[in-house]
Design a binder for this molecule. Structure first.
Ligand code: SF4
Length: 287
């Protein structure tokens, strides 16, 4: 059986940086708090937990004093930094540079335009990155989780649209078109503007992964259930190869039937570790 791992899959730069930062501190101290899962992948979380990483919730964070806490690549709202200052918490900030830039852009836009302009954020409601982005607008940003949410916009006011970095670019374009058309229909097209803020590592991977999926009899897509880009990339694989299987852990491999003559491609989300895809490959070859 021929089994190949997609060379473009594996962690993105933001996740690599966050995990490296965690490993450095864990190597030094043997323990580090992390605010939320550092990566949406339970196997990688278990590996880091064995090294001493302790994931805490925001409620636990508020109770913490005199400690050191890692902020993951998704970033955090200003409120988190304020609490850290009050409670003598040292922040190890691993916010991805791309997310940080987006946070700063949203903050500037909000401060320049004032409350009259609606800041619209296309993203998953409650997702850590989105919470951090809305925090830049003192909570005034309006989250749109699908193009259908365009109905919630107040079209009598100006608006500027941003996207969570890991959103689906096609859906984002669809949303832009809907909003633009509605402002145009009302004779106020100048009231709407938007920024292209989807991360290029997701956009590039989306372009490559469909091509990869077409070359194999079966595709095994490895991803955590909570990964936004995981679902998006999985659907691209499925559109290009109907024999695409999503697995969230190794045990699910036993439910997939492989023929000796099969060619199998393995790929994953920006939060899927390469070591896990290698283990999947070994398991397929030596069940
Ligand atoms: S997907 Fe892009 S924005 Fe998100 S953590 Fe990775 S590099 Fe950063």
């Amino acid at each position: 059986m021929q089994v190949e791992i997609d060379g473009n899959s594996g962690f993105c730069a933001g996740v690599i940086n966050a995990i490296r930062t965690a490993e450095e501190w864990l190597g030094q101290d043997g323990h580090l708090y992390c605010l939320g899962d550092i990566v949406h992948n339970s196997e990688e979380m278990q590996r880091l937990s064995r090294m001493g990483l302790e994931v805490i919730s925001h409620d636990q964070f508020r109770q913490l004093r005199n400690a050191r806490v890692l902020i993951r690549a998704h970033g955090e709202p200003p409120e988190t930094y304020r609490i850290a200052k009050e409670n003598n918490i040292e922040i190890i900030d691993a916010t991805c540079k791309v997310v940080l830039h987006l946070q700063q852009t949203i903050k500037e836009q909000y401060e320049q335009c004032g409350k009259e302009t609606q800041i619209l954020i296309f993203g998953k409601r409650g997702h850590a990155e989105v919470v951090g982005l809305v925090g830049q607008t003192a909570g005034h940003g309006l989250v749109l989780s699908s193009p259908a949410d365009a109905a919630n916009i107040d079209y009598s006011r100006p608006s500027h649209l941003f996207s969570q970095t890991t959103q689906n670019p096609e859906e984002y374009q669809q949303l832009i078109d809907i909003i633009r058309e509605e402002y145009a229909r009302r004779g106020t097209p100048g009231l709407f503007s938007y920024s292209d803020t989807i991360c290029h590592s997701v956009v590039n991977r989306a372009r490559q992964i469909g091509e990869f999926a077409r070359h194999f009899d079966k595709i095994i897509f490895v991803s955590g259930e909570k990964s936004s880009n995981g679902l998006y990339l999985y659907n691209i694989c499925k559109d290009n190869n109907p024999h695409t299987h999503l697995i969230t852990d190794m045990a699910q491999l036993s439910q997939i039937h492989f023929d000796a003559a099969d060619t199998v491609g393995i790929c994953g989300a920006t939060s899927t570790p390469m070591w896990l895809m290698q283990s999947v490959k070994q398991q397929i070859l030596n069940p």
